[in-house]
Design a binder for this molecule. Structure first.
Ligand code: SF4
Ligand code: SF4
Length: 302
């Protein structure tokens, strides 16, 4: 099923210290609303069945996003909004906002949460937002971005104490978090497969990966093209037919790392996106992997 992360605008009311969006140029850009509507029609025709409104803070543009959600609903596209919950300053306000989104057909809210987000948004807003979702029968979950350190224990305790449905989301050391400590981790040998949800920017650039992908500045390996010049269907096909991307999805980045010559005991010290960057943001390694991925004689699985 085709799905996409839709960056209507990179504008945000926060400046979280870990934000992966930093580094995009220009730092804030907003899509033309008419163009966004046309794009959603094109996406529906190309078989897109899920859109996640993300990038900066989508609900700064409440009326515009609401209209786009309504359009998606009318075109039978599942919708999610990723938000920092700044709008949920009271139970009443949260319920009003959720109710209006529900009436326009929104399927799910993803409430972003982390010790960096919560420097700008009261953590109680998460509770208001979740309660507003429950009251209005809106599906939701809390995306708990964490570096798995003890520094996050208090926030996790808060989520548990308030019975919020949450899932840990590993911190991606990209964008503003690029400067954080990339010290080694130690796991067992994991495949590190990646679903690679594609992403479009307000400037209509489409990337094969919505997380750190637009920050691979040396190779721009995940850049698929610009929707002002190429159709939605063509860029999705380019993404789906890329042999290297298909290996990332199915075999995983660890096998690519093995093939490129990285020792297994070193592979287990990398976070997934760091390993991906090590391989695919290095032009020489990328060239080797792209050639190898297209060769059916290479066996990538046991
Ligand atoms: S992480 Fe999200 S809420 Fe924080 S600055 Fe980035 S886009 Fe805004
Ligand atoms: S592992 Fe690679 S493809 Fe997957 S999210 Fe990270 S940077 Fe993107």
């Amino acid at each position: 099923m085709r799905t996409i992360a839709f960056g209507y605008s990179t504008l945000c009311n926060l400046k979280c210290g870990h934000c992966v969006a930093k580094g995009e140029i220009p730092e804030t850009a907003t899509m033309d609303l008419g163009r966004a509507r046309e794009l959603i029609h094109e996406m529906a025709a190309a078989g897109v069945r899920g859109i996640s409104f993300t990038a900066g803070e989508p609900l700064i543009f409440f009326n515009e996003i609401k209209a786009l959600v309504r359009l998606c609903h009318d075109l039978n596209i599942y919708t999610r909004i990723v938000t920092n919950s700044f709008w949920a300053s009271s139970p009443e306000r949260a319920s009003t906002v959720v109710k209006e989104l529900k009436q326009n057909g929104l399927n799910q809210l993803r409430l972003s949460c982390s010790r960096w987000h919560q420097q700008g948004v009261d953590q109680q807003n998460l509770v208001h937002a979740a309660q507003g979702c429950k009251k209005n029968r809106m599906d939701y979950f809390v995306s708990f971005v964490t570096d798995f350190s003890k520094a996050d224990d208090l926030l996790e305790d808060f989520l548990r104490a308030n019975k919020l449905r949450f899932f840990p989301e590993p911190l991606i050391l990209s964008g503003r978090a690029q400067a954080f400590d990339h010290g080694p981790i130690h796991t067992d040998f994991q495949a590190n497969c990646c679903a690679m949800n594609p992403y479009i920017t307000p400037e209509l650039d489409m990337y094969a990966c919505c997380d750190a992908g637009s920050n691979f500045t040396e190779t721009r390996v995940f850049f698929l093209g610009n929707l002002a010049h190429t159709g939605v269907d063509a860029l999705f096909e380019k993404n789906e037919q890329n042999p290297l991307f298909n290996l990332i999805r199915t075999v995983g980045i660890s096998s690519l790392a093995l093939f490129s010559g990285i020792r297994s005991r070193d592979i287990i010290t990398y976070r997934k996106c760091d390993l991906c960057r090590q391989l695919l943001n290095t032009p020489a390694t990328l060239e080797i992997l792209e050639q190898a991925a297209g060769n059916p004689e290479n066996r990538w699985t046991r």
